[in-house]
Write a protein that binds this ligand. Structure first.
Ligand code: ADP
Length: 189
């Protein structure tokens, strides 16, 4: 039963690792960023609401994100497990996730905190060329991460639910480190 939260600053490689682990573990990869980008491309009501926030590197309001995650967790493919990427990103989102999981009688294995030095992050994001990866928007996203998202590190660390992983090494090595943390959890279970 794999239920995993991938955490880290923008550009840390959460999306890459989440996709690989989802494939390896046979569970859905739930990326709030991907969901928003899809909604924007399709110009759905959520997409129309989210667009300006993504373009400016700001966080989409908690209520919008929380409704979207709730709706995603109501889909049956999430029953065997899931990998969350990009959520929670604020303390209220973390509380909302606790409430949602307790309603559906689920927990999670672990929060994986991908650590990558700040100077690598900007380079990685500039290299991938997404629409919100211009230098000024990147700087805004890093600032928003520091202010609103990084407090979640202590939130989950205090609950002994967080493990730090070095995200600056090659992609395969990062995946292997995460897998070894997961198998330790299984051994302990
Ligand atoms: P990255 O991890 O590189 O920042 P994401 O794809 O996770 O990229 O997110 C892109 C954008 O989508 C964010 O800058 C934000 O505007 C929006 N977004 C994604 N997840 C959330 C969330 N949980 N809360 C608020 N906004 C979000």
């Amino acid at each position: 039963m794999a239920r995993l939260i991938l955490f880290g600053p923008p550009g840390a490689g959460k999306g890459t690792q989440a996709a690989r682990l989802a494939e390896l573990l046979g569970v859905p990869h739930i990326s709030t960023g991907d969901i928003f980008r899809g909604a924007i491309a399709a110009q759905t009501p959520v997409g129309v609401k989210a667009q300006a926030y993504l373009d400016e590197g700001k966080l989409v309001p908690d209520s919008v994100v929380i409704d979207l995650v709730r709706e995603r967790f109501s889909q049956p493919d999430t029953h065997p497990g899931w990998i969350l990427d990009g959520f929670p990103r604020t303390v209220p989102q973390a509380h909302a996730l606790d409430a949602l999981l307790s309603e559906i009688h689920q927990g999670f294995n672990r929060v994986i905190n991908l650590e990558v030095p700040a100077e690598f992050l900007v380079q990685r994001m500039l290299g991938r060329g997404r629409k919100d990866d211009s230098e000024d928007v990147i700087r805004r996203r890093l600032q928003v991460y520091q202010e609103e998202t990084s407090p979640l590190i202590d939130f989950y660390r205090d609950r002994s639910q967080l493990t730090d992983i070095d995200g600056s090494v090659p992609v395969d090595e990062v995946t292997a480190s995460i897998q070894s943390v997961l198998s330790e959890d299984e051994d302990a279970a």
